[in-house]
Design a protein around this ligand. Structure first.
Ligand SMILES: [Zn+2]
Ligand SMILES: [Zn+2]
Length: 218
């Protein structure tokens, strides 16, 4: 589905129904529908499952910040950066050009599969355990789905009531409509506070390159 700005919903239920029409959330839900029963069937629960879960949750704010800054905003100024741009950044540049077009905001579905498989294999290899590898892959897929939802909401007309959701919702709108060099967090504002890219709205000038990232210096 490739909804345009005329389809942008304003009620939470409509947001959810629109969200699950896109390929990326559907694929992530499918992945979870396979991995959750598989993990339950394999059983063999240990405290390490909790460790894997907590570690991945804790690194999520910084990893999404790093991906946003170092990959998605990269400029094709060298040969290596051109490769990164073509693989990862060009879609995000399109998203900045037209933030109201919902079809442009989702993560590429190949990336989902790669991330879940990579982390699943990494935990399997490091902890020498297939169940822990499954927990890792399952957690990454769940966090990616939450990321997609939290990135989707600021691009709708819905205004969240919960302060926990409204804070990142607000700063992502500032990232698109005030200044693209600040407010890189999507699910939380923690990494922006930690890494110096959190400001109040009036501390930051209106950027002329919010829509056209090719004007950025990177
Ligand atoms: Zn966005
Ligand atoms: Zn951005």
């Amino acid at each position: 589905m490739d909804a345009d700005r005329h389809d942008v919903p304003s009620e939470l239920g409509d947001c959810f129904r629109t969200f699950v029409r896109f390929r990326s959330p559907r694929q992530l839900l499918l992945v979870l529908m396979v991995l959750v029963p598989l993990r339950v069937l394999v059983a063999s629960w240990r405290w390490w499952d909790l460790v894997v879960l907590v570690v991945l949750i804790l690194i999520q704010p910084v990893s999404e910040w790093l991906i946003h800054v170092r990959l998605l905003h990269v400029q094709p100024t060298t040969r290596v950066r051109r490769v990164i741009f073509d693989l990862a950044a060009s879609g995000h540049h399109d998203h900045h050009r037209d933030p109201g077009r919902l079809g442009l905001l989702f993560v590429d579905t190949t990336t989902h599969v790669f991330a879940a498989v990579f982390w699943g294999l990494a935990f399997t290899a490091v902890l020498r355990s297939v169940p822990l590898g499954l927990t890792g892959g399952l957690t990454v897929a769940s966090l990616t789905l939450i990321y997609e939802w939290m990135h989707f909401l600021p691009h709708t007309r819905y205004v969240p009531r919960s302060a926990l959701v409204r804070a990142p919702w607000r700063v992502h709108r500032l990232h698109h409509y005030r200044n693209e060099n600040y407010w890189y967090g999507i699910c939380t504002t923690f990494a922006d506070h930690l890494l110096g890219t959190f400001k109040t709205r009036d501390e930051v000038p209106l950027s002329p390159t919010c829509r056209d990232l090719s004007g950025e210096v990177a």
